[in-house]
Structure formats: structure tokens, C-alpha cells
Design a protein around this ligand. Sequence first.
Ligand code: NAD
Length: 328
Amino acid sequence: MVTLVTGAAGFIGSAVSRALLARGESVIGLDCFVPYYRLDLKEARAASLEGPGFTLLRQDFADAPGLEAALAPHRIDRIIHLGAQPGVRWSIDHPLDYGRSNLTGHLAMLELARHRQVPMVYASSSSVYGANTRLPFAVEDRADQPISLYAATKKANELMSETYAHLYRLPLTGLRFFTVYGPWGRPDMAVWKFTEACLRGEAVPYNNGGRMRRDFTYIDDIVAGVLACADRPPADDAAPKPGGSVSPHAIYNIGNHRSEDLARLVAVIEQACGKPLRLDPQPMQPGDVPDTYADISAIAKDHGFAPTTPIDVGVPNFVNWYRGWTGV
Ligand code: NAD
């Protein structure tokens, strides 16, 4: 089994690649090392995957002819498409960055899947629910009012995928990830930023006085869910799928199914670091949603997804990794 993993130098893509390699499968990891955050971290993640079964392609997937040329010598059995321009806040000031990777790029990946006739799992986001107040968020809920451009591109990915599943009977699975954290995580996200500030004794922006809740999902739980979905693509049987499609296109929430106060995250980080965290209260930021909370009944039913890692376990794991990697 050869899996093409896009975003393989990214947080989730590197973790999924590592798990596939550990199963003895082959991975073609594709990434163009976008300098959105520190590149030494992306290089280190990619280097950690080196070995038998792993091929790294430094390629922009939004460049369709370049993508085709880079992949021409390779067989692919399936695609796990995790490369994207992420970040709600970045999309407020840099909207054009999202057009290439998330719109043109997603289309190029759908075309690749279509021409190779292989199933694809792709990343969506909990941000598609916008400021939805009905909790927990369920895939049956309408998600038509995104409050950031990032979220709008993720919703667009779901719509584009639906068309390809309908027209070409392409098996596609969209996963709405809920705030993923853990070892090898992302420096632009709260768990990293709070840990870094805590260990350095620096103040960290604390938005909306901490009156926010997030469904923090540990990377190992995410990887288990991604692989379960990749192993069982949706059937083309005309039965309605989660998300409402009658084509072979399923959309799932993938979260921890526990919504935590930011204040509790702070307490767990302080305990793991053994120091108090200095908070710098800030107003709510544009594009941010107040609450996220995943209804995971669909992915639990179809794929046996059952997250097992509370933040009391996952955050200390992250802090240990962070200390080892940064030497702080
Ligand atoms: P990440 O930024 O760590 O990884 C994405 C990778 O994609 C990066 O290494 C980047 O260099 C690469 N990339 C971007 N554009 C590319 C292009 N045009 N060609 C080739 N490579 C390109 O992000 P992540 O946290 O691993 O996120 C993976 C996916 O999950 C993304 O689609 C993201 O939007 C989605 N997501 C993540 C979270 C989360 O909490 N981490 C939450 C919701 C959704």
C-alpha cells in the first residue's frame, strides 16, 4: 500500500506518515515547506521520517503540472491530503495566501485523485461551524456562515469534493479537525504559545479573558481516526453519508468530544511546566469562535473512533516533547 500524504512536513501530516511507516506501509510525503512558521521544525519533522518506505517530494501541490511531473514515476494507492495554509488569525491579514494552497491546491489534489482513480481523505476544520451556538457541533448542522476566510476555504473544499464524488464517483472523506495538539505541534497554536511563554516567564495574550472553550484533541487520537477513515473509504451505494451526500463522500467531525475552558488549559500547562503563566488579557480576536465542541457520533459509528487522551495526559506529553526539542 502506497499512500501519498500531503503536508508531510506539517504537524498532522508528519504524524500520519510516521504511523503509516510504523505499520510497514510506504509513504510518499509531499510538502513545499511554506514559511508560515519556523522551517527548522518542518525540516526536523521530515528528517524524523527518513528511512525505508519514505520518499519526500518537495513540491507545491497547487502547481498541477509540477505535481503531475513529480508523481509520474510513482504508484499511488490512496491519498491523505493534509497540506494547506492553516490559521484563522493569519487569514484576517493575509487572505490571498489561502487562495493558492486551499482552493487551487485542493482542486489540483481532486484532479490527481480523479486521474489516478484513488480514494482521498482530506482535512476540513471545525471552523466551518462559524459562531454556531448549538453545541456540540454535529455534521448534520448547517455550516454556511464561516466567520474567517480560512473557514470559508475549508467549507469550499467540502463543496468541491462533493462535486467530484458526484461526477466521478470518487470516494472522498472530509475530516473536520478540532484543535489538534501534541508532540511536534504547531508554534502558532495556543498549547505551544502558552507553554513557551510559561517556560520563559513571558506574558502571553489571553483573549476574551479566557472566556473561550475548545475541544482539544490529542494528535495520537487524530492519527487513529485519519487512518481508520483512509482504510475504509465511503461506499458508492447511494446511501446517505454523514454530511448528507448520496455520493461516496462522507464528512466527519474528529474531536475529543470534551470542550475545555481556556482557564483549565492554563492550569494544566502551569502544572506541567511547574511555573505560573503570566496572562495579558486581550479582547476577543476577529475570526475566533467562542466555543468548539465535537459531536463524534458519526465517526464513532462508522469507524469506531474513540479518543482516549484528556488534556491532563496530552499536555504533559507535549511539554516533555517541547522541553526536549527546544532544550528549555
Ligand atoms: P501545518 O501547517 O503544520 O501543515 C500543513 C503543511 O502543508 C505545511 O508543512 C505546509 O508547508 C504544507 N503546505 C501548505 N501549502 C502547500 C502547498 N501548496 N504545497 C505543498 N505543501 C503545502 O498544519 P496542520 O496543523 O498539520 O494541519 C493539517 C491540516 O489540518 C490542514 O489542512 C489544516 O487546515 C487542518 N486543520 C488543522 C487543525 C489543527 O488544529 N492543527 C485544525 C483544523 C484543521
